[in-house]
Unconditional design. Structure first.
Lengths: 324, 264
């Protein structure tokens, strides 16, 4: 049995403009120790998927309409507030995109780092401080004994993200959710942070759910990848297969649009159009209006995933599956 | 004569520290930088955070005064001009910032944001409401925005569209030089390509000269004609974009290149 089994998760937002189906039937497994990527454009629902698992969706307007998330013998989606608190920050850690807004600027790093230990493990402050210093050392903060008493603004962006990683891993979680952890960083710092996440993951055996819009980053860190579009997964495969043999038109378009892979001088390839408005009912294949494949009809009802070969799942839409 | 010339440009910041501020330390943010940029050229300026890219761009924009050295635009030393002349010249060089969420006024409609920019050059439109409206629509069309959205506010647009608005605003005063400071790093990869295409197209149509600042060499390689690499306030390498990319001459360039995530 997988460590985490998410089945048919649906998170809808009930707004004045209608029901926004941000996540509309998403299923995936996470095995112990592996890295699962969720990749998609802004607004595709990747963050909402992960926040739903920890019940971090603002309710109202959000509501989890259905599905389950089996984590051991718990169903994360139906836990009471006091029960999910024992999971959140203890058994499942979180790193956010922007380390400046997710650290409290008024509190010393020490206070913020030991908080999860004091809450979840009930150890003494002195013991917790020792562990925190060790954790800072493990994420490569120089002179951690002194630096732990600094405030967030005294660290650079990359160092702050290291502190965030230390904070998320200090309780030895089984799963780490990393939501665009390197998007706000320079390429060189991004490289360091990615290497650090990988190294800590190997040492601790933590599984990682990695959310990003950047396919290149996905190819570096993930074992399995889910490509998300308009609230659903359109393709899932192990990372090698996804890049060597992408089957869905959207996955191929995403890959083609990476600037680094395109020839200089020519116009960069871009995906035409915009992602659909999720407040409106999408009758058939959600990618149809933007699909570069012409002449073949898209699925008339929203296509479900089908398994092409072992572990390689694609939304079953005739037009999107055309190889071109 | 080059269009824009930076001559031994230097900017030092001094910071008081020590007992009651008795000592000072000097940070050489920009250290003896000389560069020439030709008309219609796109120069990519790359380097890690803190290397001095942004300070250099502020010096070019005359937002900071250099400690020594000068900025020469079309043969004129900007530092020699009286302040009101610099204000006038400033219409000729405009900036595009990294974060279109932070750089647009949330309380102004697209119309008022762009109208303000256009009026800095075409002051006569002040009393010609129809003409102004037409100019705004033209500008929106140029950057690929639908003219129907003219009365909307920034929050009603996506990140990519907002960056288009920011670009339109920069074009409003009909500048000759555009300084783009990380214009795509806050955007989704799929949107980045659209904005890069737009910037290149505008350069071709309007013969703009552009300084494109980024930490991402793969993006810069695509858009820039030449690349200058900065480290600790100095330019450590300048060359044709492909040459810098294919045979880097400095260690910093190699570090930047090896940091680019690769599709395996």
């Amino acid at each position: 049995m997988a460590l985490l089994e998410v089945n048919d998760l649906k998170t809808w937002f009930h707004t004045r403009d209608g029901v926004v189906k941000a996540v509309d039937g998403v299923s995936f497994d996470v095995e112990a120790g592996e890295t699962v990527g969720i990749v998609g454009e802004s607004g595709s629902g990747k963050s909402v998927t992960c926040y739903s698992l920890l019940q971090l969706i603002p309710r109202p307007p959000g509501r989890i309409e259905g599905g389950s998330a089996k984590f051991g013998d718990l169903d994360l989606l139906s836990l009471r507030e006091d029960e999910i608190r024992k999971v959140r920050g203890k058994r499942i850690g979180l790193i956010f995109q922007d380390p400046m807004t997710s650290l409290n600027p008024y509190l010393k790093i020490s206070t913020q780092l030991i908080e999860p230990l004091l809450i979840h493990e009930g150890i003494s402050k002195a013991e917790a401080l020792d562990r925190a210093v060790a954790e800072l050392a493990a994420v490569g903060i120089p002179d951690p004994k002194k630096r732990i008493h600094s405030y967030p603004h005294e660290f650079s962006g990359g160092m702050r993200q290291r502190v965030m990683i230390a904070m998320a891993l200090i309780t030895r979680p089984e799963i780490l959710i990393a939501d665009e952890p390197t998007t706000a960083l320079d390429v060189t710092i991004q490289r360091q942070v990615l290497d650090l996440i990988k190294a800590r993951q190997e040492e601790l055996g933590t599984a990682v759910i990695f959310i990003t819009h950047d396919l290149a980053v996905v190819s570096e860190v993930c074992d399995k990848v889910n490509v998300m579009y308009a609230g659903r997964f359109v393709e899932r495969a192990d990372v090698k297969t996804l890049f060597s043999n992408p089957r869905h038109a959207y996955t191929r378009a995403l890959q083609r649009s990476i600037p680094a892979l395109q020839a200089k001088g020519e116009k960069l390839y871009t995906i035409p159009g915009l992602p659909p408005n999720l407040a409106h009912e999408i009758p058939g294949c959600a990618f149809a209006p933007r699909c570069p494949v012409a002449g073949i009809d898209h699925a008339a009802s929203r296509p479900s995933l089908k398994e092409l070969e072992s572990g390689h799942w694609v939304q079953d839409c005739p037009a999107c599956l055309i190889q071109k | 004569m080059s269009y824009l010339e930076l001559q031994n440009l230097t900017k030092h910041f001094t910071k008081r520290d020590g007992w009651l501020g008795s000592g000072t330390t000097t940070v050489k943010a920009v250290d003896d930088v000389s560069l020439k940029i030709e008309k219609g050229e796109i120069l990519g300026l790359v380097g890690e955070s803190g290397c001095g890219k942004s300070t250099l761009s502020r010096l070019v924009m005359q937002l900071l005064m250099p400690t020594s050295g000068s900025v020469v635009l079309e043969g004129e030393r900007l530092a020699d001009l009286p302040p009101h002349e610099i204000r006038k010249r400033r219409r000729d060089f405009q900036m595009i910032f990294q974060d279109p969420y932070a750089s647009l006024n949330p309380r102004m409609t697209i119309f008022s944001t762009l109208a303000e920019a256009i009026l800095t050059r075409r002051t006569l439109l002040q009393s010609d409401r129809d003409g102004l409206e037409e100019a705004v629509s033209e500008l929106m069309e140029r950057v690929g925005l639908d003219g129907r959205y003219i009365r909307k506010y920034p929050h009603e647009f996506s990140g990519g569209q907002r960056q288009r608005i920011a670009i339109a605003r920069a074009l409003g005063p009909e500048p000759k030089l555009i300084l783009a400071d990380e214009p795509v790093s806050a955007l989704d990869v799929s949107i980045q390509s659209q904005i890069l295409n737009l910037l290149r197209q505008l350069r071709d149509e309007l013969e703009l000269t552009m300084i494109f600042i980024s930490h991402d060499l793969s993006v810069v390689r695509y858009i820039a004609d030449r690349i200058a690499v900065m480290d600790q306030g100095k330019i450590v390498e300048v060359g044709e974009a492909d040459a810098v990319f294919d045979s880097p001459q400095s260690e910093v360039t190699e570090i930047l290149l090896s940091a680019i995530p690769q599709i395996r």
